[in-house]
Design a binder for this molecule. Structure first.
Ligand SMILES: *Cc1c(COP(=O)(O)O)cnc(C)c1O
Length: 362
C-alpha cells in the first residue's frame, strides 16, 4: 500500500490512523455486527455518537454554552444561503455587510444579495486578494443584521490574524479551511460555519456554531431544512443526517485531542507553514502570492518566476509522492494545502524538493 502526501485543498487528507480505524470498524461498528453507515440515525448508539461529537467539539475548541452546534447538509456554500435566511431578520432593514477577500467571500455576498440589502464593507479585489483589507467598523450602519467574512482564503492564501470587533453587530465567519486549526475567542463571533472536507472529515456537511440568541429570527420563506431553529430543536436530525460524516468527524476530534488539541496544532501549523514560506522567501525562483503579514497557515500559495516550469514542478513533485500541488484554476501557480492532518514531514519533504528544484532549474 502506498500513501502520498496529499496537498489538495479539499476534500483533503485525513490522518492515516483515523482512516485505519474507520477501515477496521467498517463491518462491525461498536461491537454491533453492523456498519455505522447501515445503522439508524435514530438508534441510541448513533445518538450517543452525535452527543459525544458535540462534547468533543466543545472540549477541543472551548466553545461556550451560549453557542449551539448544528450539523447541516450542503457543506459550506449552502450556508451562503442559510446565513442570510436566518440572520437578515435580526433587523427589519434586512441589511448585511460582506468583506470580500476572495472567491468564496464573493460567492457568499452574491448569494445573500438575493435576499436582502447587501453591501461590500471592504475588499482587496483591486490587488487580486493578496491581503486582508482594513474593515472600518465605525462606518457600518447600526441597523446591519450581521457582518460576514472569510477567515482563511483557501484560493488566495491569506488569513485574518485578528478579527474585527463589530460590537453589537454579529460577526459571521466562513472558517471552512481553518476551523480547529487555531485557537479562537468565541466572544468575537455570532456564528461560525465550516464545510467538513478540509480540516474535519468528509465532504457534504457543514458544522455551524451559532450563538443561541441568533436562532429563531429566520425570514418567513426560509426552507425548513435551512432553518437553524429546525436543527436546534431536533439535535440536527430533522431528517436523516450523514451518519458516516459524523462518525469520521468524531474520530478526527479524538485524534486532534490525543495529539494535544488546538494549542499543539496552532503551533505545529505555524511551523509547517514557515518551512514553506522560508523557502519561498529565500529563493527568487519563487514568488509568494499573499502579502507576508496576511499569509495563511493552511494554504501556501506561490508562483514559479517562470510559469513555463509549472508542469515540470508538478510532475517531479508527484514522482516524489507530493500530490495535488496545482494552484486553483482562478490563480494558477502552486498551492500547498497543509491542514491539521498534514504532518510536519510532509512539509519538510516539500520544502526540500522546492530547494532542489530551484537549484536545478534556476
Ligand atoms: C472550500 C471552501 C468552501 C467550499 O464550499 P463547499 O460548499 O463546502 O464546497 C467555501 N468556503 C471556503 C472558505 C472554503 O475554503
Amino acid at each position: 500500500m502506498k500513501r502520498v502526501y496529499n496537498f489538495g485543498a479539499g476534500p483533503a487528507m485525513l490522518p492515516t490512523s483515523v482512516m485505519e480505524q474507520a477501515r477496521d470498524e467498517m463491518l462491525d461498528w461498536n461491537g454491533m455486527g453492523i456498519s455505522v453507515v447501515e445503522i439508524s440515525h435514530r438508534s441510541k448508539e448513533f445518538e450517543a455518537l452525535l452527543t459525544e461529537t458535540d462534547e468533543l467539539i466543545r472540549e477541543v475548541s472551548g466553545l461556550p454554552d451560549n453557542f449551539e452546534i448544528l450539523y447541516m447538509h450542503g457543506s459550506a456554500q449552502m450556508q451562503f444561503a442559510a446565513v442570510p435566511f436566518n440572520l437578515l431578520g435580526l433587523n427589519p432593514a434586512h441589511k448585511a455587510a460582506y468583506v470580500e477577500t476572495g472567491n468564496f467571500a464573493q460567492l457568499a455576498r452574491k448569494e445573500a444579495s438575493r435576499f436582502g440589502n447587501i453591501t461590500i464593507a471592504a475588499s482587496s479585489e483591486a490587488s487580486n486578494f493578496d491581503h486582508i483589507p482594513e474593515l472600518d467598523v465605525s462606518a457600518l450602519d447600526p441597523d446591519t443584521s450581521y457582518v460576514h467574512l472569510t477567515s482563511n482564503n483557501t484560493i488566495f492564501g491569506t488569513r485574518w490574524n485578528q478579527f474585527p470587533d463589530t460590537g453589537n453587530i454579529p460577526l459571521v465567519a466562513d472558517m471552512t479551511s481553518e476551523l480547529l486549526s487555531r485557537k479562537l475567542n468565541f466572544d468575537q463571533f455570532g456564528l461560525i460555519f465550516a464545510g467538513l472536507q478540509k480540516n474535519l472529515g468528509p465532504s457534504g456537511m457543514a458544522v455551524v456554531l451559532v450563538r443561541k440568541d441568533l436562532i429563531g429570527h429566520a425570514l418567513p420563506q426560509t426552507p425548513s431544512l435551512l432553518n437553524y431553529a429546525t436543527f436546534e430543536k431536533n439535535h440536527s436530525m430533522p431528517n436523516t443526517i450523514n451518519t458516516f460524516a459524523i462518525y469520521i468527524m468524531n474520530l478526527m476530534l479524538k485524534w486532534l485531542k490525543a495529539q494535544g488539541g488546538l494549542p499543539a496544532f496552532e503551533q505545529l501549523n505555524a511551523q509547517k507553514a514557515k518551512l514553506l514560506y522560508d523557502v519561498i522567501d529565500s529563493h527568487d525562483f519563487y514568488i509568494g502570492s499573499a502579502q507576508k503579514a496576511h499569509r495563511s497557515h493552511m494554504n501556501v500559495t506561490f508562483n514559479l518566476k517562470d510559469s513555463a516550469l509549472d508542469k515540470k514542478f508538478l510532475d517531479e513533485a508527484l514522482a516524489r509522492d507530493l500530490y495535488a500541488l496545482k494552484g486553483h484554476r482562478l490563480v494558477g501557480g502552486i498551492r500547498a494545502s497543509i491542514y491539521n492532518a498534514m504532518p510536519l514531514e510532509g512539509c519538510q519533504t516539500l520544502a526540500d524538493f522546492m530547494k532542489e528544484f530551484a537549484q536545478q532549474n534556476g
